[in-house]
Ligand binder design. Sequence first.
Ligand SMILES: [Zn+2]
Length: 438
Amino acid sequence: MLICLDPATHQRSGAARAPDGASSSRASGPGPGYIRTVQHEPLGDIGSAGLDRTLELLAHLVTLPTESRTSNRALIEWTADHLRTFGAAVSIIDGPPGRANLLATVGPEQPGGLLLSGHTDVVAAGEGWATPAYEMTPVDLAAGRGVAGRGTADMKGFIACVLATVEVLDGSALVRPVHIALSYDEEVGCVGVRSLLDQLAAGARHRAVRPDLVMIGEPTMMRPRHAHLGKVAYRLDFAARAAHSSLSPFQPSAIGSAARVIAALDAVAEAHLATATRDASGELSADVTVNVGTIHGGTALNVLADWCEITFELRHTAAFDPDELLGPVWDCLERERLALVNVGGGIEIEEITRYPALMTDRTVNVVAVVERLADRGQSVPVGFGTEGGLFAAAVDAPVLICGPGDIGVAHRPDEHVSIEQLQACLAFLPRLIDALCR
Ligand SMILES: [Zn+2]
């Protein structure tokens, strides 16, 4: 299938015509213009018009400041309208006030096909930008031209590529569907996607969403990735009774209790130090890592601390159960809690984040297909977390991560994506759809 965009409107439209010039009766898109459809030819690269359109879409997405824990409603509603215009069946799955997920389907509502997934939230822009954070701005990069703005890499660039691809997609020519899932609040612990996945698992709607591949478009420089660590993170609040420091042998201090728990966490990490490896590029990794990220507590040098708060995280491969790993820590915590309760204190435990590890079987055929189409080398694990593990648990399908841009520039001022990366994604998506849905 080959589809030409009207360069003025960037909308597929007008009467469809066979290559010999005869008119076809295929349903057309909105607005004036011309569209040419040839059945069964590859979708191929959507070309420079596709890049222009992607940049227009990305520019609009960047102007919507969908920082985590703030509203993404305007983006979801705009995207839903847009996808409906191009023939998608769209559901909006409400979250807390102001936030929502989106699930759209192009093509037949039946099992198989492809699910393209992205998160709509971005990390707060913060200070230090050379260009306005919420305006997409052309920039010169060492690697050529690019555009800067919050979310350009993580991951509105991918979403713009998906939307531009849908604009030239003829759903009636698909034999298996293309699904699009957009979530909220991924950056604060994959919060939003869970209600979307609950609905998929329950089959409450979009009963037929059983794709052959879930593709998460996080920035990987378009190199496919099949695995990442899972993570749990907690906040622990220790409360004790303030007293003169000379009573330290006889009365627990909140800081002392916290220190013993930290030592128990260290022991978990040390037990897995031997698994640390260095890959060919020099990158270090381990099967289990633990970090105590913050600690605050106490009031004065000569006072037994009546409070202490720590936050910690544990990251793990799919081979490990985080709750099992933390067993000795919870035992230590219980001993400390009983001591603190004796002086009228205690310990409050708050789970901040939890998402599972991802480990897609590299030997399944679709991995080789994606590696060949992306043409950026073999899939290797990735060092950051995604919604992939949650998708793998909810949808019985291989999950891969592959998207435009460099994770190294995400979550920072001057976030950007190169034109080359957007073009690579625009070339990749139609080929992937051709391979899985036509
Ligand atoms: Zn991301």
